[in-house]
Design a protein around this ligand. Structure first.
Ligand code: GLU
Length: 305
């Protein structure tokens, strides 16, 4: 039986209600789904730490706080609570771990939301000290910024409406309207390998998801980590289909040439993977998607850039 299409306005309302239900619970109570703050590890701040060879670290020390670039609309990974302004998610936890290892107290870390297309310029202009936000390491980007890590490996996937019957993988995208974020590797991959798809770009994936729910596009494509978070917010409306069709190793972006900072972050990642913080952070955030913690990928301590 053909399911009747709901009107866009009704869908938008349904989404708003679903998001409100998922995000708030009773006033003051933790979200029904999402990171559980009580289960997050407290990271040991290294108060004796110095890094005189890193201009970025020296600048942050003088300023008295670290400024870290993140995402704010990617559930499980980097999400900002509009009521409290607090950021949460696996990327945000990685950012907090790194800050502690660099000698910064949690209350000395300021998060700044930066969209996919603006990451390189934000690092080049010194707007942020480092960036943790589903940021794929690749050779093109390495010409512009440095990367510590990887600390996780994601894969490109597809998000469709729950009643979608035709789209099972990227091979089914010919003639379909497909949305992704400007400047992202998933956008570039569809453009190059699936040129028959009608690509639509916005600054953020959450705008793509709004467009999917209101029948403006047929699919949203980006990393599985991000799409699973959107699907979990409205499981009756959205589903992730097919198998991941790329490798997206996530790195911590740093200003290019600041090898001291990059290698200090590599050391810090290795230490937090070893002492169990990485797994605890994963379990309390991205692990809520139902995917058990994998073994973190090997850290790539590449020579000076
Ligand atoms: N990991 C991909 C990228 O860095 C997609 C996610 C994102 O846009 O942050 O482009």
């Amino acid at each position: 039986m053909q399911r009747t299409h709901r009107t866009p306005a009704l869908l938008a309302l349904l989404l708003a209600v679903a998001v409100a239900l998922a995000g708030c619970g009773k006033e003051g109570s933790p979200p029904v789904k999402g990171p559980r703050p009580d289960q997050l590890p407290v990271y040991q701040v290294r108060s004796d730490f110095t890094l005189p060879d890193s201009p970025t670290w020296e600048r942050a020390k003088k300023r008295g706080r670290l400024i870290v670039g993140v995402k704010e609309d990617q559930p499980y990974m980097g999400e900002k609570d509009p009521a409290t302004g607090r950021y949460s998610g696996f990327d945000v936890e990685i950012a907090r771990m790194m800050a502690a290892s660099l000698g910064f107290d949690p209350n000395r870390v300021e998060f700044r939301t930066i969209a996919s297309a603006n990451r390189e310029t934000a690092l080049q202009n010194g707007q942020i000290d480092y960036y943790v936000g589903t940021y794929t390491i690749n050779d093109n980007r390495k010409k512009l910024v440095g990367f510590a890590g990887p600390y996780y490996q994601a894969g490109q996937s597809l998000l469709v409406r729950a009643d979608e019957k035709d789209i099972h993988g990227p091979q089914d995208l010919a003639g379909k309207r497909v949305c992704s974020a400007a400047g992202s590797t998933p956008y570039q991959r569809i453009q190059k390998n699936y040129p028959k798809a009608e690509l639509v770009a916005y600054d953020t994936y959450s705008v793509c998801v709004d467009n999917l729910l209101t029948y403006q596009v047929d699919a949203v494509t980006t990393d599985d980590t991000i799409l699973l978070g959107y699907a979990a917010k409205v499981p009756d409306e959205l589903k992730v289909v097919g198998k991941p069709f790329s490798k997206e190793p996530y790195g911590i972006g740093v200003p290019r040439g600041d090898n001291a900072l990059r290698l200090a972050l590599d050391d810090a990642l290795a230490a937090h993977e070893k002492n169990g913080d990485w797994k605890k952070a994963y379990d309390a955030t991205l692990g809520l998607s139902g995917v058990p913690a994998p073994k973190p990928p090997a850290i790539d301590r590449y020579p000076s850039d």
